[in-house]
Design a protein around this ligand. Sequence first.
Ligand code: SAH
Length: 344
Amino acid sequence: MEKRDILSMSFDELSAAVKELGEPSFRNKQIYSWLHSSCVTSFNEMTNLSKALRQKLDDNFVIFSVSIEKKLISEYDDTQKYLFRLHDGEFIESVLMKYKYGYTLCVSTQVGCRMGCKFCASTLDGVVRNLTAAEILAQIYVAQRDNNIKISHVVLMGMGEPLDNYDNVMRFLELITDEQGQNMSMRHISLSTCGVVPGIYKLMEKDFQLTLSVSLHAPSDEIRSSMMPVNKKWNTDELLTACKKYTDKTRRRISFEYAMVSGVNDSDDCARLLAKRLRGILCHVNLIPVNEVKETGCKRSSKERIESFSRILEKNGFAVTVRRKLGSDINASCGQLRRNSKKT
Ligand code: SAH
């Protein structure tokens, strides 16, 4: 019999499974709390359970945690990048950042990615598989234990497209915000999508208080399709209509991500068109000087270009930030570390 993935189970599922083993119901909370509050990685650590029960759990279930394969610490800003190994030998990345308000972990949702964005290292070899809810949670649990800290904020902006792994990501959100577990505030979570429109509509119905980030990166179909193949499936009209409906329904501000690539999407005309297209959407624009990945050939826009672009958006009444670069000495942007480690 195959062992069941206990860390991905909801409390109700876990309770049913424990009942099947013939255990009394007061065990449910104990086991769930060991998993999601104490963040143990083996049944042996569940010290208020008898040895026999720990063995029984081990015979029936498996805790799909992640193990630290490599850790890089930035010399400039204490940003830490983890390369985690999964139970089947695959690798994923997470980035731990320290802000004034606490620790934020950027987590992966897939091994690789199939979206094909031209500037991104995660997608160069396509997708290998989805992460389970357990494997998304474990990135947080292991980083917390490794540093003896509490992570207060999570961004789903690592490798992978969260809305291409919808069910597991929804289960992850349910578990990480559960009062009996980490009890993380939904408001401290950001989910970033390259524009999987049906996923945005599904998420809208959940009415979560999380922040939706949309990787827009271009104001027109022509430019966006040249950077992001997903735009050929759902174009900017369809995407921005979904975004407008999303903000109208949830009253939550969308964060539009815009990676500035020299000579591609960074002209003043692009800024003006962007302002026109985003009018009426409750939003914020985050300009990201593109991280230059060798294989992609994308060049970062100059500081002056970014300032000019930003001024035009501000003049049009938009809230704009330029992303602070953390961890640039440790390959901190998506997919770079996994890629480099596969080659060696
Ligand atoms: N698949 C999701 C989340 C992962 S990527 C998405 O596309 O939104 C997280 C963010 O990093 C996205 O905005 C993505 O477009 C951006 N990104 C990827 N590669 C980058 C690079 N080389 N430089 C700057 N931003 C990059």
